[in-house]
Design a protein. Structure first.
Length: 287
């Protein structure tokens, strides 16, 4: 799997303890799965959950979906064993919770070995302050926003416009982009039966620059996949911008005009990105 071109519109959490959900995920149209050993699994169920997950991954059937395992923090009683048991079970990415600094990533990266890609939960105020160093860590290829933990730690109120979280959300996207090639995933929408509310929050996340959103329930996948995919009119415009720019260059001009708007080299780069994303999504769908 080429993780650099893989789409990450929908990233579904599945408690590693829930066999039925692990089974169901094999047929859900999600771009990535986070098999969770951390907060979705009760302390007394952690050991069994590891084994359940190990068997599910050995059985396979998850197709092109990126397989991400969220382990417990090394500061807990379970983190080290999570790594020992699940280091070589075929996950594409290991997701670390409760990270505060890039040095926290080092500790786990040493245990995982240099070839295992690492994603980091951005869910503490300190992690947001250190976002730049965390995203720049050589082994980190994704940031996942933990809005529920952030809300708890900040003591802020839930608001549907997420105003209290806006600084954190924007710093996470900025850190990912500054590091180049690092994926930025938005937090979950807790009211999982409220599709309209989810759509609004997906569009806000997309507008902010996130690549996709973490989800807690299968009912959230379709809305999210649509919101984070380029629209047909974005694709059409991108194609016309690329064509118009080529024509202008052929006639010795550095810029073009499409629909009354200037098209410079940077717009062509953005247009090509839209087409590449659309292509990656089509490939994901063609299983
Ligand atoms: N992934 C895959 N399948 C899931 C799922 C998930 N996250 N959540 C629910 N399902 C499945 C159920 O197993 C059920 O499958 P079935 O039709 O084969 O029986 C189906 O979807 C419908 O589930 P539903 O009855 O609507 O949900 P629920 O009331 O059983 O569970 C939650 C609701 C929120 C408890 C559950 O969705 C969940 O555990 N989500 C993940 C929570 C999590 O991981 N949190 C940590 C990060 S914030
Ligand atoms: Mg959390």
């Amino acid at each position: 799997m080429d993780l650099t071109t893989h789409p990450y519109r929908s990233v579904l959490y599945i408690p590693a303890s829930k066999e039925r959900a692990l089974e169901k995920a094999r047929s859900l149209p999600t771009d990535a799965i986070i098999f969770d050993l951390e907060d979705a699994v009760a302390p007394e169920a952690k050991a069994d959950a590891r084994e359940t997950l190990k068997s599910a991954l050995a059985e396979g059937g998850y197709g092109k979906r990126a397989k991400i395992i969220r382990i417990n923090a090394l500061t807990t009683a379970w983190g080290l064993e999570d790594i020992q048991v699940l280091r070589n079970v075929g996950a594409d990415i290991i997701l670390l919770p409760k990270v505060n600094t890039a040095a926290d990533v080092d500790n786990v990266a040493d245990l995982l070995g240099p070839r295992m890609p690492v994603w980091v939960m951005m869910e503490t105020p300190l992690s947001v302050f250190n976002a730049r160093e965390i995203a720049a860590h050589a082994q980190v290829s994704g940031l996942v926003t933990g809005t529920n933990d952030l809300t708890k730690d900040l003591g802020c109120r839930y608001r549907s416009d997420r105003l209290p979280l806006m600084t954190a959300l924007q710093m996470i996207v900025m850190a990912a982009r500054a590091a180049r090639g690092v994926v930025a995933i938005d937090g979950v929408y807790n009211r999982f039966r409220d599709g309209d509310g989810l759509k609004v929050e997906c569009e806000q996340g997309r507008d902010l620059g996130f690549d996709g959103k973490t989800l807690i329930h299968p009912a959230q996948i379709e809305v999210t996949n649509t919101a984070f995919a380029p629209t047909q009119s974005e694709i059409d415009l991108a194609e016309r911008q690329i064509a118009a720019f080529k024509d202008s260059q052929a006639s010795g001009q550095g810029v073009a005009v499409v629909d009354g708007q200037i098209v410079e080299n940077l717009h062509v780069v953005a247009a090509e990105r839209i087409l590449a994303k659309s292509q990656a999504i089509s490939e994901m769908a063609a299983e």
